[in-house]
Design a protein around this ligand. Sequence first.
Ligand SMILES: [Zn+2]
Ligand SMILES: [Zn+2]
Length: 288
Amino acid sequence: MSIKTIGQIKKGIKSIEKTRQFEKESLVHIEKFFRFSLNVKRSAKKRIETAPAFSGDCKEKIEKGEHLADFSKIKINDNFLLDKFHKICEIRAEINAKEMEEIQKMKKAIDNEKIDFSKIQQNLARGKIRYFDTLSKKIGVGKELLHSIALAVYKPIFELTVEEKKDLIEDYVWEKGSCPMCGTNPGMAKLEKEVGRRLLWCPLCSSEWVYRRMKCPFCENDEQKSLRFFYVDDDSFYRVDVCETCKGYVKTIDERKRGKEEKTIFEIEDIKTFYLDDIALKEGYKKI
Ligand SMILES: [Zn+2]
Ligand SMILES: [Zn+2]
């Protein structure tokens, strides 16, 4: 599940703080960012049309292994986008004064209609990151900044879009490692309490889907000897599942080891476990 209330954000920030990976100032920024996402999601409800993202018979598509949504088809009010792009630019400028110059360029490009929202939406939806290279050169704004601003605006919209269809994939054992809604590779995983079903999480639309325990979601390798996992602390409920064939890794939350009845919110858990990304990368594994 994704963030739905301010209360979840506050609780999440406290738990991020406990990991001692961030300065106070960074925590304030993370909170602002989460609040922005929630605001986009809440205010988008009446300003977007999600139905065009789903064409054809969804059940049939799932059975054929085709992903269900095409986010490039969501209809979004232009003024709404304009407002949200400006807002996230203001937040970014507050966060990092060094980015101020670039942010000004970004705002200018938005106002001068040098940024085509529909193209941004289309390329984000299809995972075509190279587009941001081209646009970056055109408007003189760094690729990473551009991509993260676009993602901040569109991710909550994509999350909202899949929410009404999530029942379709809830208990379905999807044979592919990529998201059944949008085709993105998983960002994290969890092993559920009790039976320990493995669920993968999509970092683009926040869908969660059931996937086999002993299978790599990136290369679909299911040979047990090349799949393993490691813990950093023995008593931790975080572990890293790795595949020796493709060198991919997935940070995993083992809910069976978690004492409290705490619900997993992956957006928060992902930040809490940045240190695991560092370790996995140092060990020679990669984000796929
Ligand atoms: Zn997805
Ligand atoms: Zn693999």
